[in-house]
Write a protein that binds this ligand. Structure first.
Ligand code: FES
Length: 99
C-alpha cells in the first residue's frame, strides 16, 4: 500500500491506492491545513517533496486553483504544489504543508 509521509516529521501513513490525501490522513487523525475541501480555496496546498510521479494528474479545478495560488504567493513553478483535498495517491509520497 502507498505511504504518505510528512516532511520533517516522523509521521507516515499507509493509504489506499487512489485515496485523496486529505481524507486518508484525516481518517487516521492527522488534520492537514484546509478550508473548502472542494478544490477552490487553496488552503490545503502542499509541496510534494518526493514522489510527485506517484499522484494522479491534477483535475482542471485543482490545476486552476494551483495556478491562482502560485500567482498570489509567487511560488516558483519548479516546486511541485498540489491540493491535499484533491490529489489522489498511487504510490509513496512525501509532502510539506505550505503556508
Ligand atoms: S481545502 Fe480548499 S482547495 Fe483544498
Amino acid at each position: 500500500m502507498p505511504r504518505v509521509s510528512i516532511e520533517g516529521t516522523a509521521k507516515s501513513f499507509e493509504v489506499k491506492t487512489e485515496d485523496i490525501i486529505y481524507n486518508a490522513l484525516s481518517d487516521q487523525g492527522e488534520e492537514l491545513p484546509h478550508g473548502c475541501l472542494a478544490g477552490s480555496c487553496g488552503a490545503c496546498r502542499v509541496e510534494i517533496m518526493k514522489g510527485k510521479e506517484n499522484l494522479l494528474p491534477p483535475s482542471l479545478i485543482e490545476q486552476n486553483t494551483i495556478d491562482a495560488v502560485r500567482l498570489e504567493l509567487k511560488i516558483d513553478s519548479t516546486r511541485e504544489m498540489r491540493l491535499s483535498c484533491r490529489a489522489k495517491v498511487l504510490g509513496d509520497v512525501t509532502l510539506k504543508p505550505l503556508k
